[in-house]
Ligand binder design. Sequence first.
Ligand code: UTP
Length: 226
Amino acid sequence: MMKKRIVIKLSGSVFGETANKKSLMKYAKMLKSIGRKMQIVVVAGGGYIARYYINLARELGVDEASLDELGIEVSRLNAQLFVYALGDAAYPHIPTNLHEIVVALETGKIVVAGGLHPGQSTNATSAQIAEKINANTFINATDVVGIYNADPNKYKNAKLFRSIGIRELQNMIVHESTMAGAYDLMDIVALKVIERSKLTTRVVKSDPSVIKRAAYGHNVGTIIIT
Ligand code: UTP
C-alpha cells in the first residue's frame, strides 16, 4: 500500500538565532520517527536571516522579485542545514522545482525543500507541493499556537480559532502585506491552492511533539475548512 504523504512547513525560526544542535536534532528525530509511517516533504522557512538580507538589499534599491530570490536562497540554506541534521534519512539534494520533488520522493527518503518561486511565501510553496504530490495533509508549523482573530504577539486577548473556513481566512488576509520578506501566516497563493485542491491544512505550534500529533491526525492548533 502506498504510504500516506504529508508536507510539513517548518518556520524559519526553527533554524534562527535560538536554534542549536539539541533543538535541531529534536525535530530530526521526530521526523525520522514519522517517516517510518509516512512520506514526508519538509519545507524550511527563511526566518529572520531571510528578512535580514531582504531588508539590507531593499535599502540598496533592489527590486521585489530579486528580494524574493534572496529569501528563497536563505530558505534553501536552512533546508540544507536540516538535511545535515537528518543525515541518511534525508534526500541529499534541495529540489528547485515541483518535478524534482516528485522524483526525490521515489527514493523513499525525507525530502527537504526551501522556496521555489518568487512572489509568494514558503507556505504557498508548501501548499503547491502538497497539491503536486497528492499529500493527505499540509501542516504549517509556526511560532504561534494556531490562527487567531488578531496577531497574538500584539494583542493579548486575541482569540484562537480551532477551525476556520477558507473564505473567512481569505477575507482576513486580503489587506495584508505582499512585500518580500513580509508574507504573513498564510498568503493568498497558499489559500487559493488549499481551496482549489481541498487540502487538509492545519496550522500548529512549531514544537516537535505538537507536529507529531498533527501528523497522526490529532486535533491540535487550527484546522482550515475547505
Ligand atoms: P518565508 O516564506 O520563509 O518567509 O520566505 P518568512 O516570513 O521568513 O516565513 P517564516 O517566518 O520562516 O515562517 C522568506 C522570503 O523568501 C521569499 C519571500 O520573499 C519570503 O518572504 N520566497 C520564499 C519566495 O519568494 N518564494 C518562495 O517560494 C519562498
